[in-house]
Design a protein around this ligand. Sequence first.
Ligand code: ADQ
Length: 738
Amino acid sequence: MARLLVIANRLPVTVVKRKDGLRLHASPGGLATGLSSYFKDGGGVWVGWPGIARERLTPDERRDVEERLRARNCEPVFLGQEEVDRYYLGFSNRTLWPLAHYFPQHTVYDRSLWEAYRQVNEMFCEAVADLAESGDTVWVHDYQLMLLPAMLRSRLPDAAIGFFLHIPFPAFEVFRLLPWRREIVEGLLGSDLVGFHTYDYALHFLESVRRLLGVSDNVGRIAWQGRLVQVDAFPMGIDVERYAEAGRLAEVQDQIRRVKAQLAPARVVLSVDRMDYSKGIPQRLEAFDLFLEREPQYREKVTMVMVAVPSRTEVPAYQALKREVDERVSRINGKYGTLAWVPIRYLYRSLPFAALAALYQIADVALITPLRDGMNLVAKEFIASKADGRGVLILSEMAGAAKQLPEALLVNPNNVEEVASALFTALTMSEEEQQERNRVMQERLRHYDVKWWAQEFLQRLRSVRAAQRELSGRRLAGVERRNLVEAYRRAARRLLLLDYDGTLVPFAGRPESAFPDRELLRILGALCEDPRNTVVFVSGRDRGTLGRWLGHLRAGMAAEHGVWMRLPGGRWELVERADAAWKEAIRPVLERFAAHTPGAFVEEKDFSLVWHYRQVDASLATVRVGELKSALMHLTARLNVGVLDGDRAIDVKDANINKGRVAGRWLGGGVYGFMLAAGDDTTDEDMFAAMPPEAYTIKVRFGPTRARFYVENSQALRELLAELVEGGQQGTRLPLRI
Ligand code: ADQ
């Protein structure tokens, strides 16, 4: 049975060693709830660390733990204390976490921590590789395991691998600070599907891929190492029912009564998070201070209940934060408190579900103001808890959740004045307005709950795999390749239409350095010498260069996408009655754009102008190409001029000219038993489309295309042509039909 393997730093079960033996504590988070249906009947296995250092267990205990965990569908990865310190508290929480939350000042760059991170990712890889069976789906979670997808890909090339990041993916300007940025990005690209909470994070990731690896996406799809990788947003939801119905539980009602007795009649502002510098707790306290200062009528009328769960207490930045929060709380309580009223009730601990649920019920206002937060589930839990629709959420616009909860009072957490005013607005908001806002949010939370999230992700993973299979099926290999060689061998007349740049030679920094090498000339020479062959070079290049580089071969040529043509051994002829008067209008625009874009330059041919941007910084190129295209769209509207997207080049030329017409001319010139067209960029797609269905059309590069087949690169095409040269010679020589 195909299973779902969920890989996360922590298992949903924690092992605790007591004097009386080992205990297993379930700590099911949102993830476990969302995936529960996949875990029924052994349909899922969870792989992760069980929360206890390896050296604290004897070999017997370890076996015992293993057995007991397996009975709960969990597979432990045992980590030693040193590994936990370096991989988890170290690289994960002192490097990746602060960087992802835009705290470069807390970010530590330490090679030994990185090394530990890599090693622990390897350990996880071993564990998963041992466990995985063919057909299993692997879903890796979060920033502790960002190298794992690529590691798994090399061990399990055919596995379905998904990755979800629970924290923000930062803008490239921040991410680039990381010395191991490339490894991290490549690590994630081992997946078939990479998911984030919001589109912003997905776009940040795509930008990093573009800038670090030079690979652009097509609507979130990246062609990487012969595979498609999909990148998209999947905002994580919560178990809405659990919170919506909690108010009815006797245990929760009991809690509500007790807390109310303590706090009433004051109104309650609730703040709940892990004690983490990303959560903006000091700023929140400052805002509450300002609010009490400015609105003295609320003193003794409002109490802030602040729950902060201890977190990563071994990390220095967290210790400093704890001291700061303690001090601020006492300062405010000292400043405003009375014998009858404590302005801030501060709990530094984790709460059991019933206590937390009771606070969600009681609170009039939830003040959730992280400086950065991947999503923030507390905000969602608060809204879902409000069965009667009363209650106001003040939410930081820096939390991923703000994208889904725009009806909340959204604030900039750094703007203390704005947060203080939002508190006033919240406390004076009419019940109708509260209910109106909450109803909309509740409906949305109900629809996009945590089950939806898990299903949506896994469904998407399946569809990416299907698209991938379709495309990889077109790789020219095995029997298809043998058929091609055989068809070539048997044919009495053959037509080969070959693009030049990117197809026969790899791209060079400047167009003039991509001249043909000796090996290529040898292969092409042999192809052209065979009297059964009609070889045509179909290029966007100018005729001068083509003539100089390939003119000595017995081949046909088409220059500037078919403006000029030359029969084998013949002279260049102007075959398309092209117009070039438009150039005067277009050239200055292209030149102006080139002047403002370091690395770009304009190439002028007889009937076309080309704006090259191969050497332009990738993200600047994206911006400039968009601007240039829209400028050209206006200018070319009344001219009969087409704008073509080449490979890192924008080609402007007479609209009637394209490689499809070139193909048509040569096809019309004879009857061929074998036809082949090979090219690498969008201008070659016209040629593919013009070929008859039985022709062998080959895209030189993996990616979406109209061609029937693809090969990885120009080297692979050369190998194919070399094989044709050899195979073709073994065939019987047939008289040439004229
Ligand atoms: P966290 O940073 O931990 O999670 P959050 O999304 O708010 O932040 O999740 C916290 C969870 O812990 C909630 O389910 C909440 O109920 C619970 N919790 C909080 N305080 C508690 C307390 N005192 N006692 C008991 N339980 C408490 C990371 C990212 C988030 C992202 C999640 C999920 O940082 O941005 O939303 O993962 O992807």
